[in-house]
Design a protein around this ligand. Structure first.
Ligand code: SF4
Length: 710
């Protein structure tokens, strides 16, 4: 029995899947199972759970777990494994410099794990080369929020979705990808007859089917749509110039660029490929509804112009002053459970801890002083796609990958596999054995899984919640922060990495957030810096900032300005529509759009363990419009071959009018033993956004044909 609960009381923890961050009550039931309920007191879900969350108790099997450290597949002691990683990194740095090594981490890590990994790479190794799979998720939003607000801040709360009279969902199949939030919207709609939901998405998904208005825009035309809205608001006298004058730096250029790019409603309707009537309805609803929340997700972020797309959305909220007030504001829905926690501690190659900037000498000096660190990079490190290119080119010679599988999830995945194959040294911290990634590893380090880990995560509404252990560690598995700290000790940095609990790390992180000259930054949890161990153990979910001004956290920010640019101002960012990096052509005439399905999570290492979830969609499918099916000789249920300039995969054809002609949707989850028909990310082009580095996973030219085995 691995139970850590003395009596049969449930342990309050947090779901490890999507960025909604639902509270879960877990009671162990034997060593590999648990009874799971939604936590009625957690403000993210108030007791609700989706299919993935409610199946968590069925995903705790130890059958395929990695339980002991391994070198080249051979079981070794922790000391041997840690010393091998430390010595190899030390030797590589001494010979080739700090930029010859890298960490690739994950929004699955807890904030404490992320903090320690970032501290080791930036402050002690002295390189910016720590990037994360969150780069594939919401880095365009990070870049856009910094351009608009001066800092990466989500201004509102989930509660605003229930207080709004209009919810605009852009590039988000919320019903499947953030299901509990969608349940909250549907319940709010029943209570509030004024509430309307608009879904802007090239595909008609489960979300679009429940919306009052679905706008199936042409892929990639979001900026034209929102520039057109800004123009429309201006012509209809709906701009809040008082707010602009009081709280914005520059704004005239954004109006001018919107006017040029989206001169009229008919022009925008034509660019976006939708009817003028539908477009006018959306613009009228937005113009005449004060309480509007615009929420977006990967359909906006995963684009070679994702940052501009997000700014075009934020612009209409800033221009109308609809931000930070109950029922209104822009709301980024992050994909992963701790994408935001990773941002707080600087777990992206281009930022420092505590929302400070790597390119700002004062910020660097401040963090270096706080950490008493021997060094600090003066330039950003390599972002995910470039990082693996550098591995392929031999510029990075040693990489440590934690809690993510880039061999499956990065675009141009075959090139990533080739890079890992050629890399001189690959260390992998993970929970599962026998994964695609583990096969590339020189050293495999067994990490704790959900239910065994202890620490914090931050969800999409800035809410910090505890993940608590209710099961003892299996085999020799260890927390990620422990593994990183013990490697740091062996690299000679023992004094600064002597952590023995997640609590100590959290306190240091909270303390750093308040250790700033001048203040003026939104992210500040210095009010939690004095938490004792019992206080940390008992910590209730709380939204940052938590400081002297907001001792109990803050549901909303920026209602009365208080932005992070000089003078506490924000910026309206001029944006112009840009075409996707790679347009379809005669050889590759369809646009491939990849995404999630309702009952699977990422590469299925957990959700693939229960038939309750795998039964929903048992194999990869390719959804295409019936007209395209006729054009390419494809019938429902047929096995088809998809091919891009980068790779190919097989999938089962699904014909649907919900899919626009000229496009095909394929889920991205299947890997390892499930991927015998090829990896979908092997097809995806590695084009990225110039500001955020986020890959364009929603737009790769492909061709499709019936599969005819040789
Ligand atoms: Fe977990 Fe997200 Fe489902 Fe909530 S909505 S139970 S966080 S997967």
């Amino acid at each position: 029995d691995r139970s850590l609960t003395a009596d049969d009381a449930p342990v309050a923890t947090t779901c490890p899947y999507c960025g909604v961050g639902c509270g879960v009550l877990a009671k162990p039931r034997g060593p590999e199972s648990a009874e799971i309920k939604g936590d009625p007191e957690h403000p993210a879900n108030f007791g609700r759970l989706c299919s993935k969350g409610s199946s968590l108790g069925e995903t705790l099997s130890l059958e395929t777990r990695l339980l002991h450290p391994e070198i080249r597949g051979r079981r070794v002691s922790w000391d041997d494994a840690l010393t091998t990683v430390a010595d190899t990194f030390r030797r590589t740095i001494d010979t080739h410099g700090p930029d010859a090594v890298a960490f690739y981490v994950s929004g699955q890590l807890l904030t404490e794990d992320y903090y320690v990994a970032n501290k080791l790479m930036k402050g002690y190794i002295g390189s910016g080369n720590i990037d994360t799979n969150s780069r594939l998720c919401m880095s365009s939003t990070v870049a856009a929020q910094k351009r608009a607000f001066g800092e990466d801040v989500v201004p509102g709360s989930y509660e605003d979705l229930e207080l709004a009279d209009l919810i605009v969902l852009v590039g988000s199949n919320t019903a499947w990808c953030h299901p509990v939030l969608f349940q909250r919207m549907v319940a709010a709609k029943k209570r509030n007859s004024r509430l309307k939901i608009v879904n802007i998405d090239p595909r008609r998904t489960a979300t679009g089917q429940s919306a009052d208005l679905h706008l199936p825009i042409r892929p990639g035309t979001d900026v034209a749509l929102f520039n057109g809205l800004l123009n429309f608001l201006r012509h209809n006298d709906k701009i809040d110039f008082t707010f602009l004058e009081n709280h914005l730096g520059h704004y005239a250029a954004a109006f001018e660029s919107a006017r040029k790019a989206a001169p009229s409603l008919p022009a925008v309707a034509q660019i976006c490929g939708i009817s003028e009537d539908d477009l006018a309805t959306f613009y009228q609803w937005f113009a005449h509804t004060e309480k509007v929340v615009t929420a977006w997700s990967q359909g906006v972020n995963q684009s070679s112009s994702g940052t501009d797309k997000v700014n075009s959305i934020i612009n209409v909220h800033l221009a109308t002053g609809r931000i930070g007030k109950p029922g209104m504001g822009p709301l980024s829905l992050t994909g992963q459970p701790n994408a935001m926690g990773g941002r707080e501690v600087g777990g992206l190659a281009n930022q420092l801890a505590a929302h400070l900037d790597i390119e700002n000498p004062e910020h660097r000096a401040l963090v270096q002083a706080f950490w008493n660190a021997p060094r600090m990079p003066t330039k950003p490190g390599l972002k995910a796609v470039d990082l693996f290119r550098a591995i392929a080119e031999g510029r990075i010679k040693a990489v440590w990958i934690m809690a993510t599988n880039p061999a499956v999830s990065l675009p141009d995945a075959n090139a990533v596999r080739d890079a890992l194959h050629r890399c001189e040294f690959v260390a992998v911290s993970e929970c599962e054995s026998g994964t695609d990634l583990g096969a590339f590893a020189h050293v495999n380090l067994p990490a704790l899984a959900w239910g065994e880990k202890d620490g914090t995560v931050t969800n999409s509404e800035r809410r910090i919640s505890r993940q608590r252990a209710f099961l003892a560690a299996p085999g020799e598995a260890k927390p990620d922060w422990w593994i990183v700290s013990r490697v740091a000790e062996r690299m000679g940095y023992g004094e600064s990495f002597s952590y023995r609990s997640a609590w100590e790390i959290f306190r240091e992180h909270a303390c750093l957030s308040g250790f700033r000259n001048g203040g003026g930054r939104a992210f500040d949890i210095s009010g939690l810096a004095e938490l004792d161990r019992a206080g940390y153990d008992a910590l209730k979910p709380i939204q940052w900032p938590v400081n002297v001004d907001y001792p109990n956290g803050a549901a909303r920010m920026f209602c009365n300005g208080g932005f992070s640019f000089a003078g506490r101002r924000a910026e309206l960012v001029p944006v112009v529509p840009k075409a996707p990096a790679n347009p379809p052509d005669a050889a590759y005439p369809l646009v491939l759009n990849t995404g999630r399905i309702r009952d699977q999570w990422h590469t299925m290492t957990r959700t693939g363990k229960t038939s309750r979830l795998t039964n929903h969609v048992p194999e990869p499918f390719a959804e295409l419009n019936t007209n395209d099916a006729v054009r390419f000789g494809i019938q429902e249920g047929m096995l088809v071959r998809l091919e891009s300039r980068f790779g190919q995969a097989l999938a089962r054809a699904r014909l649907s009018e919900d899919q626009q002609p000229g496009s095909v949707f394929v889920p991205m989850h299947w890997s390892g033993p499930y991927a015998s028909r090829g990896l979908i990310n092997a097809l995806v082009n590695p084009a990225t956004d110039p500001f955020s580095g986020e890959p364009e996973s929603k737009h790769t030219p492909v061709r499709i044909a019936p599969y005819r085995p040789a």
